[in-house]
Design a protein around this ligand. Structure first.
Ligand code: FAD
Ligand code: NDP
Length: 524
């Protein structure tokens, strides 16, 4: 690099270090570009990405389109049960993908039951093979692992199956699977190491005798009678598909389910799960786990009255939250600042060290969702190397809980809307509806419900949309675009529905909660 350029780069580097946490969003974006100039001081790579999951891979692949020298380090620490997997991170290996496929397996079981009502002569003694399902799911997962490797190669991104730790702020030590070590330097470093399931620290036998979602999707034999501990996304989704595969399932919840979500909707989700035969142990906490001679596990817990209870299970699955993978990154060798929860503090994905960035689950304030990690990673690559300025918007991100009856949502819950606005300033439209397909199949639609939370004044801008019902994930995606564009209730109501669908019930909403009228949809 020419001397004036080097001096300019060094000047920018100095300014950025002192100002980075004080800058406005726009100036930080401009400085992310400046930082790229400063990174032209000699380093082995323009960009090193630690963590080859949703966010890290997206960032690396996008950055590669600018002809930069890029390396991705990815390493999977085995679970306490020894489970390990390939490139692609949580979503591909132990998250969204195997979960959704197993959700589908369970929905197919329901569809087989429904089909009898539609004239299909299905034998009565049909059963499900866990082993065949796992093999098929894992084959797909392996194809995705392979696909990621090929894409990195095609884009000339170097991939190291290695654990990365900081030596200093520009230097990373890579420890390969066989123990070999390599030290590399990079102008920019992106951290995308994700989260891993947490075990309780105060429950004897928990680590030795239980598992987490990291083990479940590749289990070579059926989990049998299962106790799921936890009340959020992972717990309810796993409990839901296990029950759908005809396994006895109990869910132990210490407080409420789906904290942070609209609690009326959460109640419908768990209500439906209870109707399918899942037992819920409310306000209960585990005390100990013990392995019996026959391989089963005896679990003692404290119930809602504080009484000790005991039962025996084939499998105990802890789904009590996930810890950010920041403790073994050598961050003590940098000035990267962490939140008390272990996540990295930053603005526009930039940490307190200007050339070190964090994306995905480990970034404080980031929704822990795959498409969020991917979008943030891509946008960061464009800002770093493409001179672009668009930053990630973490607001109004749609999500779906893939429970037996899916729950799709975007925007504010009723509780949050009431907290942010006066209750009297809100108008809430709602409807209980019956999916047409349920009628012939004679299925209960008691929990199929839609809610639109709107401002009461003027055009009635929609603040939050919620739907519990079949295919809610597919439905909410399109409506999320409208919400992002600031859609009002008037515009929603002036939209013509697609008949006969569940989605049309959203554009037909007309009963307000305030009116007290029966919100049950009758007829077409
Ligand atoms: P990850 O994908 O977790 O990738 C991080 C990678 O970094 C991992 O491979 C890790 O092993 C590696 N790593 C860690 N430390 C190091 C190191 N020091 N050196 C090298 N490599 C390291 N989201 C959705 O949007 N939809 C869903 O349906 C959904 N379902 C889910 C179901 C389950 C059971 C779980 C657990 C999560 C689910 N999620 C879902 C969340 C989603 O999987 C995550 O939000 C997403 O994977 C986060 O991506 P990431 O890039 O931040 O991290
Ligand atoms: P969460 O942190 O969301 O929930 C943890 C749950 O475990 C809560 O119900 C909590 O109860 C309970 N809990 C915590 N500690 C204990 C304890 N010691 N004993 C008993 N119960 C306990 O974690 P998840 O793992 O479910 O989800 C993590 C993230 O992954 C989600 O935020 C989501 O973004 C993502 N994800 C997305 C999915 C999707 O898009 N479909 C699916 C799965 C995950 P309490 O409320 O009392 O604290």
């Amino acid at each position: 690099m020419a001397a004036p350029m080097r001096r300019f780069a060094s000047f920018i580097h100095h300014i950025n270090r002192s100002n980075s946490l004080l800058m406005s969003g726009r100036s930080r974006v401009i400085c992310q570009r400046c930082r790229y100039l400063s990174s032209l001081e000699h380093h082995d790579y323009d960009l090193a990405v630690i963590g080859g999951g949703s966010g890290g891979l997206a960032c690396a692949k996008e950055a590669a389109s600018y002809n930069k020298k890029i390396v991705v380090l990815d390493y999977v620490e085995p679970t306490p049960n020894g489970t390990q997997w390939g490139l692609g991170g949580t979503c591909v290996n132990v998250g969204c993908i195997p979960k959704k496929l197993m959700h589908q397996a369970s929905l197919l079981g329901e569809a087989i039951e429904d089909s009898r009502h539609y004239g299909w002569k299905v034998p009565t003694d049909i059963n499900h093979s866990w082993e065949e399902m796992v093999e098929a799911v894992q084959n797909h997962v392996r194809s995705l692992n392979w696909g990621h490797r090929v894409q990195l190669k095609d884009k000339r991104v170097e991939y190291l199956n290695a654990k990365g730790t900081f030596v200093d702020e520009h230097t990373v030590k890579a420890v390969m699977r066989n123990g070999d070590e390599r030290t590399l330097t990079a102008g920019n470093i992106v951290l995308a190491t994700g989260m891993r399931p947490r075990y309780p620290t105060n429950v004897p036998g928990a680590v030795e005798h239980s598992m987490t979602s990291d083990d479940l999707f590749s289990l070579t034999k059926s989990p049998g009678k299962t106790l799921v501990i936890g009340g959020s996304y992972v717990a309810l989704e796993c409990a839901g598909f296990l029950k759908g595969l005809d396994l006895p399932v109990t869910v132990m919840v210490r407080s409420i389910c789906l904290r942070g979500f609209d609690q009326q909707m959460a109640g419908l989700v768990t209500g439906y799960m209870e109707d399918t035969g899942i037992e819920f142990l409310w306000q209960s906490t585990p005390k100990s786990l013990e392995r019996n001679n026959d391989g089963t596990i005896s679990v003692r817990w404290s119930d809602c009255r504080g009484h000790e209870e005991m039962d025996t299970f084939d499998t105990v699955l802890f789904a009590i939250g996930r810890d950010p993978q920041t403790t073994k990154l050598g961050l003590e060798n940098t000035s990267v600042k962490l939140h008390s929860n272990g996540k990295i503090l930053g603005r526009n994905e930039q940490s307190s060290v200007p050339h070190i960035y964090a994306i995905g689950d480990i970034l404080e304030g980031c929704n822990e969702l795959t498409p969020v990690a991917i979008k943030a990673g891509k946008l960061l690559a464009h800002r770093l190397f493409g001179g672009r300025s668009e930053v990630m918007d973490y607001e109004k991100v749609a999500t779906t809980v893939f429970t037996p009856l899916e729950y799709g949502t975007v925007g504010l819950s009723e509780e949050d809307a009431i907290q942010r606005y006066q209750e009297d300033d809100l108008e809430i439209y709602h409807a209980f509806y019956k999916p047409l397909e349920y009628s012939v199949a004679d299925r209960s639609s008691d929990q199929c419900y839609i809610k639109a939370i709107c401002l009461r004044e003027g055009e009635q801008r929609i603040l939050g949309l919620h739907i519990v019902g079949p295919n809610a994930g597919e439905i909410i995606q399109g409506f999320a675009v409208a919400i992002k564009c600031g859609v009002s209730y008037r515009q929603l109501a002036s939209t013509v529905g697609v008949h006969p669908t569940c989605a049309e019930e959203l554009v037909k909403l007309h009963i307000t909660k305030r009116s007290g009228l029966d919100p049950t949809v009758t007829g077409c």
